[in-house]
Every structure is written in C-alpha cells, then in structure tokens.
Design a protein around this ligand. Structure first.
Ligand SMILES: *Cc1c(COP(=O)(O)O)cnc(C)c1O
Length: 368
C-alpha cells in the first residue's frame, strides 16, 4: 500500500518504557520495578484526586462537558486570564499538533533547538514543513535569530526548560528575542517544566499572561503530566490570544478529554500545596544526583526540571548502561537517539534514587 510520502522520513516517537514491559520481559516483580524514564511526578497522585475519580467513575457512560467550563475557569483564575484564552488538549502534545496545523503547510519553516522535544519535529514533518535546527544542542537564541533572519519561519519552538537536556533560558533573554520576531510567526513557549524552573530560579519564571499580552504571537503550553502528577490522565493546555485559540478550536476533535481527566485536573489545581511540596523535594533529591555524578567523574547538565541528563564520557556506552539497568528493573532514558552518549534520569523519591545509585554502581562495575 502507498502511504502519504511525507510520512516516509517521520520517525516514531519512542516513549519511556512502561513498567509492564519490564515485568513481562525480565520477570521482575512489578513492585520492584522503578520507572525514572518519563519525568512523571514520583510522589504519585494526590489522594484528593483519587477520591474524586472514584466518585465520578459511575458517570462514564456520559460524554464529558465539551465546553470544559470548569477546568478552563480554574485555569483562567490561576493565570488571571479569560476562558477565551484557553484550550485544553489530550496532553499538551495535542496542542503542539494544533500549533503546527494552524500555521504550517508544505515547505513552511519551523525552527527549534538541535536537541529538544522530539514531537516538535514529528508534527512539523506531518505537514511537510522544513525543520531548521540550531547547531548547539542547548537553546542558543543567537543561533535562533540567525536562522530566523536568514529563512523566516511560521513556527518557532522554545522549550523552557528544555527536555531532554534540562537547561533553561532566562525570561529576560526570551523577551529580548521575541521583540525581534514578526507578528505573523507563531512562537510556542513549551512550559511543561516551568513550575520546576520558576521554583529553582526566579529569573526563569515566565508569566503566561504577561507573555501573551506583550507578544500576541506567542502561545504558552502547560501540562498536568509532570509536576501535577497526572501523566496517565492526558491533560494539557494552551494559553494565547483569542484569535489563536479560536483557530485551534477548528482543529480540535470534540470530547478530546475524558470526564475523569477533566475532573482530575480540576482537583489537582485545588491542591497546590501537594505540587509545591513535590517540587521542593525534587531539588533536594537532585543535589544527591549532582554529587553522585561528580564523584563518578561524569558530567551533568545543570537542570531546572525533574530530571537530570548524565553524560557518560567515553568509557561507557549509554545504550548498554540503560539496557543493563532495565534488566535490573530500573528504567531510565537512553539519549543515543538524540545523538548523545548520555542517560536522562527522572528524579525519583529518596528511596528510588538510592536504588538507582546502587544499581548504576553495579552496572558500571560490571562494564568496567
Ligand atoms: C512531557 C512534555 C510535554 C507534554 O506532555 P503531555 O503529557 O502531552 O502533556 C510537552 N513538552 C515537553 C517538553 C514535555 O517534556
């Protein structure tokens, strides 16, 4: 069968391996498997969210409220915006797709950092857009500017902080850059880990309201999958001026979020203390990683997120290290596919991290 030619050079997104796979393939007790591969909040779902889901489970036969009034209202209050500035997606991933479809056609230019969230490129390729990447792996706004001046672009992706590397642009430098961008270029500010960055360093904090009021060509993306501990519910959102949001609505399928997902997100927003406590613990635990990596004479990229990227130097191959860890029931992310000899580890709970250090010691000893 012939398929759309544009799909020929699209690679399939490689998701973090699920716990179920490790149980099936290596016969490890599910309770023993630790997943530090997809940047989920390791402290689990807030009990208040669980209670709400149990209460609503009996309503599953009904379609959800497609206006998503309550969740949009809660987000509008949180960000001091109007509901007309908000769209909800099945993960912020879905909003990334809206951004591409709203702006791009064949041969549109899309600019992004060399090493960044893989879905930007995948969605852009679906419509035949040209992908322009900076030479530097980490976000370098001078290189973004150069690419933009030379080629123009319909969409620019800024991942602040960046996944999978963990670095984070300062708000001020982002604003200086945005001043130079034409109003017809859509700039996507992916804030999947903004809660972490803003906690660690106030200079990194981006206020979505101020962003879209100052630069009406920007869309800010947030997600409930990371700090808000709802990866399994698939809820994300886009915040932008009304003309952008109403265009996204033309692309959105009806009922794109489940009743339970909506309720979980609404409930999670009521429990900000849980989220803040988790973020605080995240950075306490991250210090242990920094010490561990330094002691091993590896390098890490200072991270403003809930994961850390560890470069393994030239004595170990990250793919082998990740596979050996997997066989021991520890799931981490190998970054070979991103052109790096590195692993990305989600910062777990104290106990999970202790286990990671122990197992990584064992693997490194074995491979020496
Ligand atoms: C996790 C992530 C997302 C989106 O996650 P969803 O679960 O689809 O909301 C978007 N961007 C980056 C950089 C991410 O790491």
């Amino acid at each position: 069968m012939q398929f759309n030619k544009l799909l020929d050079n699209v690679s399939t997104y490689e998701a973090g391996k699920p716990i179920e796979l490790v149980v099936r393939e290596y016969g490890i007790d599910p309770k023993e498997v630790v997943k530090l591969a997809s940047n989920e909040n390791p402290y689990g779902t807030s009990p208040k969210v669980v209670a709400k889901i149990e209460e609503l489970a009996k309503n599953m036969y009904l379609y959800p409220d497609d206006s998503m009034f309550e969740l949009k209202d809660a987000l509008a209050k949180k960000y001091n915006l109007d509901s007309s500035n908000i769209i909800i997606g099945s993960g912020s991933d879905q909003i990334l797709e809206f951004c591409i479809h709203a702006k791009c056609k064949s041969n549109s230019n899309v600019i992004m950092a060399k090493t960044t969230f893989a879905m930007y490129e995948i969605y852009a390729k679906h419509v035949g857009a040209n992908i322009l990447k900076t030479q530097s792996s980490q976000h370098n706004l001078e290189e973004f500017s150069k690419l933009y001046k030379e080629n123009g672009a319909d969409v620019i992706f800024l991942c602040i902080p960046n996944n999978p590397l963990g670095e984070c642009l300062n708000k001020d430098e982002v604003y200086e850059f945005l001043k130079t961008i034409d109003q017809d270029t859509l700039v996507v500010v992916d804030g999947a880990y903004q809660e972490y960055a803003a906690f660690k360093d106030e200079k990194k904090r981006i206020c979505p309201k101020d962003l879209i009021n100052t630069f009406p060509n920007c869309v800010y993306l947030g997600t409930f999958s990371k700090a808000y501990a709802l990866g399994g519910m698939r809820v994300g959102y886009g915040l932008a001026k009304e003309n952008i949001i109403s265009t996204f609505y033309k692309i959105r399928a009806p009922f794109n979020i489940t009743t339970l997902s909506l309720a979980a997100a609404i409930e999670a927003l009521k429990d900000e203390k849980f989220v803040n406590d988790c973020i605080e613990k995240n950075f306490i635990e991250m210090k242990r990683y920094e010490e561990y990596v330094t002691n091993k004479n590896f390098e890490y990229i200072p991270s403003y997120t809930n994961f850390i990227t560890i470069k393994l130097g030239d004595k170990f191959i990250s793919k082998v290290v990740a596979q050996k860890l997997l066989e021991l029931g520890m799931i981490v992310r190998d970054l070979t596919g991103y052109g790096l000899n590195a692993i990305r580890v989600t910062i777990g709970t104290n106990e999970q991290n202790t286990k990671l250090f122990k197992l990584l010691d064992k693997v490194l000893e074995e491979l020496k």
